[in-house]
Design a protein around this ligand. Sequence first.
Ligand code: PA5
Length: 463
Amino acid sequence: MKLHYGRMLNDKLDGQHGLPRHRLQELAQRFPAVAAEVDTRRGQGEYGFYGLGRQTEVIRGIRRFADGVGQAYDHVLVLGIGGSALGTKALLNALRPPAWNELSDEGREFFPRLTILENVDPTSMAAALRRIDPRRVLVNVISKSGGTAETLAQYLVVRAWLDQALGPDAAARHLAFTTDPAKGPLRELSQKEGIAALEIPPEVGGRFSVLTPVGLLPAALVGIDIEALVAGAATALETAGRPDLLRNPAALYSALLWAADTSQGARVHVLMPYSDRLRDFSAWFVQLWAESLGKRLDRRGQPIYAGPTPLGAVGATDQHSQVQLFMEGPFDKVVTFVRISDPGEDVRIPHRPDLPEELAYLQGHSLGELLAAEADATSAALARMGRMNATLELPRLDAETMGHLIMFMQLATGFAGVWYGVDPFDQPGVELGKRLTFAAMGRPGYQREGPVAPEAGQPADVA
Ligand code: PA5
């Protein structure tokens, strides 16, 4: 994987916007202190995801499960939210053929379908339960804490549906939990009812957990090469210890985005892969960047109100949607393109007699060529307009490069926490909303939070 970052620098843009080249040297000089802080915090048990490049035992356990019990099902239903769902969605989208669930058994090479329910929208749940045969499903309930309201509510609904169709004993054999090794309601239930349960390492935070059994189990069940995923992550980790910022891609990327935000006003960080297969990866990145870096307090407990706003886009589709804003709107963005050099499969644009002149240029090219030309053109056009942008170039998109890309972003997020001076592993901002939800749902002990009244005042009539 390569990081092209020249177009972050003002001498490659319009001379006015972008980072002055000497900033690179300044960032490189500051980097040893950043790296030292990461090392210290790792010593204190933070940054647990650094351990995910070597997982021989975990992989063996998942393989045993997937090749044994897992074979008995032709549908996997994942229940989870946030870090317990987004990574799995990204893996399915990137590493299995499009429209996986619509393919025949042969088309899926007899691997199961995979449905991921990440919301408590009753219409999604009701539709899924109508579509899925309870006799053929394995339900993987994923929650690190084991007590997240949305996931546990989903579980209760699905459990009743299984119990009704199969009886409680058989229902338990259609369940696998992925949760903390020792604590939380899901762990307790698994012990009480003898339900299979995989472990999420306690030192790995939710949004950093896709390369634990959280993502690896569903991935293995649908035939994704999880050994290669982890090997790709290990490759990213190898370069993360380099002391020279300019030779440490994840650290350099985090430094450039932080500097763009804090010294150039580029507070919006757009991730724009030129691939439909990375659409869900963008959504995963958005959560990782937002929840890790958006913080009210700094590490010393002082108000800081830090955090760039991540934004997902997909090329070329969003050239006809958001790119106008990126090109001519406020100078408050950095766009990171992700390009795949070899798309794996390409489609030729056929010749056709008597085409109007305005269309003739397309024939003889391929859709892959057009997509690549559009990525190049958009990056160059942004640069001409003085807009900072960078490109992550993958040789191809497979399990190994995907593992690399995921770990690259996790590492960048970990470094960014230090540049911004915030704790990238907590999320205190989501707590108040959770407590008010508990109060509204009548959970004992939360009445003191007060009623959650609808917004006061007369609603405006929009009819
Ligand atoms: O990154 C995080 O910690 C969160 O997004 C969690 O993944 C999310 O809240 C779900 O939590 P849990 O896995 O405990 O159900």
